[in-house]
Design a binder for this molecule. Structure first.
Ligand code: ACO
Length: 322
C-alpha cells in the first residue's frame, strides 16, 4: 500500500501587510527585508478569523479538488503551532466545522516542520491500513504570537493554510510508482532556546511571543535540511537530477536558495512563495504545493521533494511522486 495525493487546496486571509506598511510600525525598510529574506508582503488574519477557519477553508478546497466528501475521510491531522485553544485540538474544531462526525482528528506540533511531520504520520497510518483517506492540513496564525515591537521577528511571518488529501492506493507493479516514497524526521531539543515562544499553559499560563536568535537558526538551517534530503536520496536511489519540483518550507530565500545550491537542484525547479506569503510555518509547504499545482507547474507523475526545518529544532524531508 502507498499513500497518494488525491487533492490539495489553500487559503490566505484577505488582508495583506507590505514591507512599506511594516516600516511605519517598526524601524525597518523594504530594502532590508527584501535583501535579507526575499519577503515583500504577508497575509494577516482578520480579527476573529481563527486558525481553524483558515484550515477549514483550505480543507474544503482540497476536498473539492479530490472530488471527495467529508464522509469519505477517516482522519484529520492539523499541523499548527498556533492552535485556536489550548484544547481541544484545532483538528477537532475543523472536524466540527466540516460537519464530520466520524473518524479521528488530532493536531501535530513540530512548528515549521509540522506539515512534514503530519504528512509522514498520515503516510504511516495509511501504510498500516489504519486509515484510507486522511486530510493533512498545515494552518497558522503566527500574527497572534508575534511581538509587533520586535523588528527582528515581526517582519518574517504571515498567516495562511494549505491542505492535502492522502489516500491509500494498492501498488500492483503495473501502475506508476506514485505516492509518498520516503519520509525522514529529526529533532534535537538542545536547540530549544534559539527559537521558541516565551509562554505556554504549563510554564507561564500566558500565550507568549515568538523569540528567535535569527543568525543561529540561519547557521544550522542549510546543513540540517540537506542532511535529511540526502537521507531521502539514499533511501530511494533518486538524486537531485531526478527532482521535478523542490518545494521547501518557505522561511526565507537565502535558506531556500542555499539549500538548493548545496544539493545541486537547478534554480528553476525550486518553488518559491515566500516573497508573497512570508514564513507561514506549518502552512508554507501545502500553500506552495497548491500554488505550483494550480499554476500548472506540478503535474501528475512529477517527483516532488519537500523539506522543512523549524523550532525545536525539528527538521524533515518527504519525497513523493504526485
Ligand atoms: N530591519 C532593519 N534592521 C534589522 C531588522 C529589520 N527588520 N532586524 C534586524 N535588524 C538589524 C539588527 O538589529 C542588526 O543590527 P546591528 O548590526 O546594528 O546589531 C542587523 O540588522 C543585522 O542583524 P542580524 O540578525 O545579524 O541579521 P541577519 O543578516 O542574520 O538577518 C535574519 C536576520 C533575516 C533573521 C536571518 O538571520 C535569518 O533569516 N535567519 C533565519 C531565521 C528564520 O528564517 N527563521 C524562521 C523560523 S525557522 C525556519 O523556518 C527555518
Amino acid at each position: 500500500i502507498r499513500s497518494v495525493v488525491l487533492g490539495c487546496g489553500s487559503y490566505l486571509p484577505e488582508k495583506t501587510l507590505t514591507n512599506a506598511q511594516l516600516s511605519e510600525m517598526v524601524e525597518t525598510s523594504d530594502d532590508w527585508i527584501v535583501q535579507r529574506t526575499g519577503i515583500r508582503e504577508r497575509h494577516i488574519a482578520a480579527e476573529g478569523e481563527l486558525t481553524s477557519d483558515l484550515a477549514t477553508a483550505a480543507a474544503k478546497l482540497a476536498l473539492a479538488d479530490a472530488g471527495l466528501t467529508v464522509g469519505e475521510i477517516d482522519m484529520i491531522i492539523v499541523a499548527t503551532a498556533t492552535p485556536d485553544d489550548t484544547f481541544p485540538a484545532t483538528a477537532v474544531t475543523v472536524q466540527r466545522k466540516l460537519g464530520m462526525e466520524h473518524g479521528a482528528a488530532f493536531d501535530m506540533q513540530a512548528v515549521c516542520s509540522g506539515f512534514v511531520f503530519a504528512l509522514s504520520t498520515a503516510d504511516a497510518f495509511i501504510r498500516a491500513s489504519q486509515a484510507k483517506r486522511i486530510l493533512v492540513i498545515g494552518a497558522e496564525t503566527f500574527s497572534r504570537i508575534l511581538d509587533w515591537s520586535d523588528r527582528t521577528t515581526c517582519v518574517l511571518f504571515g498567516d495562511g493554510a494549505g491542505a492535502v488529501i492522502l489516500g491509500a492506493s494498492v501498488q500492483d507493479g503495473t501502475r506508476e510508482d506514485r505516492g509518498v516514497l520516503t519520509t525522514h524526521l529529526r529533532s534535537d531539543g538542545r536547540h530549544r532556546d534559539k527559537l521558541y515562544v516565551d509562554g505556554g499553559p504549563s510554564s507561564t499560563g500566558t500565550v507568549g511571543h515568538l523569540r528567535m536568535e535569527g543568525r543561529e537558526v540561519f547557521k544550522h538551517a542549510v546543513g540540517m535540511i540537506t542532511d535529511v534530503i540526502e537521507d531521502a536520496f539514499r533511501a530511494t536511489g533518486y538524486g537531485a537530477e531526478d527532482v521535478d519540483w523542490f518545494v521547501p518550507h518557505q522561511a526565507n530565500l537565502r535558506i531556500i536558495d542555499g539549500s538548493a545550491k548545496k544539493l545541486g537542484i537547478e534554480s528553476d525547479k525550486v518553488v518559491r512563495t515566500v516573497s508573497l506569503h512570508g514564513n507561514t510555518s506549518a502552512a508554507s509547504i501545502p500553500l506552495a504545493l497548491s500554488v505550483a499545482r494550480d499554476d500548472g507547474r506540478i503535474k501528475r507523475g512529477d517527483l516532488i521533494l519537500l523539506e522543512a526545518m523549524g523550532g525545536g529544532f525539528t527538521w524533515g524531508s518527504v519525497l513523493l511522486r504526485w
